[in-house]
Design a protein around this ligand. Structure first.
Ligand SMILES: Nc1ncnc2c1ncn2[C@@H]1O[C@H](COP(=O)(O)OP(=O)(O)O)[C@@H](O)[C@H]1O
Ligand SMILES: Cc1ncsc1CCOP(=O)(O)O
Ligand SMILES: [Mg+2]
Length: 274
């Protein structure tokens, strides 16, 4: 049964990547300064079209035109938060999917409150590391190491289910295994290499890739999210075959994502029902 289920995910992940390449969805990214470059290049190498627009003055014109919105609170400041909320409201009103990356959600009460307020605006998907998802599910500050996780992804599966149920979003916890849940079903994407944690903003970049996958099929957010995480992981695995360290992995990961073909995706994607 498990092998049968697994064999369906490769073609599914390939279908999502092919649709992104064909449709080239426009993804508005309101993201942190650290991640802007890697995020835009990840989206471009997957075939999507990134646009880093965050002014409240242009969001009313621009956000209703995009195929998906990505909000990331990594370098949150007072004046960006209203723009994030405005964009999230407009995306929801225009029936466009939007995806939240709650970077360091438990690092301060300002950040935690901001993330919880954004979650009340109904994101389609929330993707964080284990510490971030636990902070959100418990609505508590602390037990975090800044933007990095001090927990394993497996430790946050129950928190992810609670958050999915309370928010209505699909919730993904990244780590050695990337778990994705809608509150009932849980799937695990088992691709990637540990060295991906040594490149800043790989988490931010994969959340943007989730936005691109959800943009081409809003109706199955869990499937799109698991596929994006697995595809990014496969690109990391292939990149690691020639990389010498984090800096060259960053380059080879983007090259691999750009060059992924059907046979690599189908043979390498490892997604199982946990
Ligand atoms: N130990 C690991 N093995 C394989 N892949 C990993 C590992 N840790 C993280 N990744 C991958 O690295 C990317 C970033 O995840 P993570 O480091 O958890 O996010 P963040 O940077 O937000 O903390 C994801 O694609 C994830 O699957
Ligand atoms: C280092 C840092 N500081 C604020 S945002 C950021 C990037 C975090 O990226 P990721 O969560 O993908 O590791
Ligand atoms: Mg992160």
């Amino acid at each position: 049964m498990e092998a049968e289920e697994q064999s369906e995910w490769g073609p599914k992940a390939w279908a999502y990547l092919s649709s992104v390449r064909k449709q080239s969805p426009l993804i508005q990214c309101i993201t942190n300064f650290v991640s802007m470059d890697l995020t835009a290049n990840t989206l471009l190498s997957a075939g999507a079209s990134p646009a880093m627009l965050h002014s409240s003055n242009e969001i009313p014109d621009f956000t209703p035109q995009v195929h998906a919105l990505y909000i990331n609170v990594g370098t949150l400041s007072d004046n960006w938060l209203p723009a994030m909320k405005l964009a999230a409201e407009l995306a929801s009103k225009s029936n466009k999917p939007w995806v939240l990356d709650p970077v360091a959600a438990g690092a301060s009460s300002f950040r935690l409150r901001a993330c919880l307020d954004l979650i009340s605006l109904k994101p389609t998907v929330i993707r964080g590391n284990a510490s971030e998802i636990m902070a959100l599910a418990n609505a508590s500050v602390g037990s975090t190491k800044g933007v990095d996780s001090s927990h394993e992804s497996i430790d946050a599966v129950e928190a992810a289910k609670c958050l999915a149920n309370s928010s209505g979003a699909v919730v993904a916890v990244s780590g050695a295994v990337d778990f994705v849940t809608d509150g009932k079903r849980v799937v695990g994407a088992r691709n990637g290499v540990p060295m991906m944690q040594k490149i800043t903003a790989t988490g931010c970049a994969v959340t943007a890739l989730i936005a691109a996958f959800v943009a081409v099929d809003q109706s199955q957010a869990l499937e799109a999210t698991a596929s994006a995480l697995a595809v990014f992981g496969v690109a990391g695995e292939m990149g690691m075959e020639i990389a010498k360290g984090p800096a060259s992995l960053r380059m080879h990961l983007i090259d691999s994502l750009h060059g992924l073909d059907q046979s690599a995706v189908i043979s390498r994607v490892k997604i199982t029902t946990s």
